[in-house]
Design a protein around this ligand. Structure first.
Ligand SMILES: Nc1ncnc2c1ncn2[C@@H]1O[C@H](COP(=O)(O)OP(=O)(O)OP(=O)(O)O)[C@@H](O)[C@H]1O
Ligand SMILES: [Mg+2]
Length: 249
């Protein structure tokens, strides 16, 4: 595969079975995200956005197709293999954020870095930077239950970034935030993007989409616009056929 691609999916399919009935959620998605790229995924409710990024992050199994992360085939990994890959490469902000209720904000944010092998000092410095950027320094010793939904959302983002992941996946990271807190999140996303962070974000927020390099539109589990109407094929001039992805070296 192309060396610069952090994510590549090939004909990715997810069909849920509910009460014996097949529910096709993702229907043949070919998505490629380059190193350092910031991609926004948009589309109506139920179009498969969460399902797609859950599969890319190894949080949901695929029905068929391939997932490649950072040059490594990921969809065929065992659960423990996925767990290792995820810990090393992926930061995830969920649509319904999952903080550890019994730990303070500071510990929630430091945990991934410590699990990833950072020293206590590195983990603390990273946590201080992230909480500072998100206006949460004062809340470091609070428990998640003492925070507002928007504060929890920002803690979840800080936690996802604690490990300096190769790939940040975020599902509606500004969904519960008022404009001021939303601005903090936008600023942090822009900042880490400028530093080279690869980001895939699911969003309904035009301001988030406006910051992205590319907006991918999903409808009924399929990409209807991948934001790259003109393909580059190495040194050749762009061809007319907009559907052909030819990025493989
Ligand atoms: N665990 C599940 N079991 C069965 N069906 C599911 C499951 N999760 C999602 N679905 C179905 O798959 C489809 C895609 O859902 P998904 O959550 O990916 O949509 P979405 O684009 O993220 O929507 P939203 O914008 O509302 O978050 C929907 O029809 C949904 O009902
Ligand atoms: Mg969703």
């Amino acid at each position: 595969m192309q060396s610069g691609a952090v994510v590549r999916t090939v004909n990715l399919v997810k069909i849920y079975q509910t009460g014996g009935l097949p529910v096709p959620a993702v229907r043949g998605v070919d998505l490629e995200v380059a190193d350092g790229e910031f991609v926004a995924i948009m589309g109506p409710s139920g179009s498969g956005k969460s399902t797609l990024i859950h599969m890319i992050g190894g949080l949901d199994t695929r029905t068929s197709g391939e997932i490649w992360l950072d040059g490594q085939r990921a969809d065929t990994l065992s659960e423990s293999g996925w767990a290792v890959l995820r810990r090393e490469k992926v930061g995830f902000v969920f649509q319904f954020f999952n903080l550890v209720a019994t730990m303070t904000v500071a510990d929630n944010v430091e945990l991934p870095a410590l699990l990833g092998g950072a020293s206590a000092r590195q983990a603390r410095e990273r946590r201080e930077y992230l909480l500072g950027e998100l206006g949460l320094t004062e809340r470091a010793e609070a428990a998640p239950a003492q925070l507002s939904g928007g504060e929890q959302q920002r803690v979840a983002l800080a936690r996802a970034l604690a490990n300096q992941p190769r790939l940040l996946l975020a599902d509606e990271p500004t969904g519960n935030l008022d404009s001021r807190n939303g601005r903090d999140v936008l600023r942090l996303l822009r900042d880490i993007h400028e530093k080279g962070q690869t980001i895939i974000v699911v969003t309904h927020d035009a301001k988030v989409a406006g910051m992205a390099d590319r907006v991918v539109m999903l409808l009924d589990g399929q990409i209807v616009d991948d934001g790259r109407s003109v393909r580059r094929t190495s040194s050749k001039r762009p061809g007319g056929a907009g559907d052909v992805i030819e990025l493989r070296g």
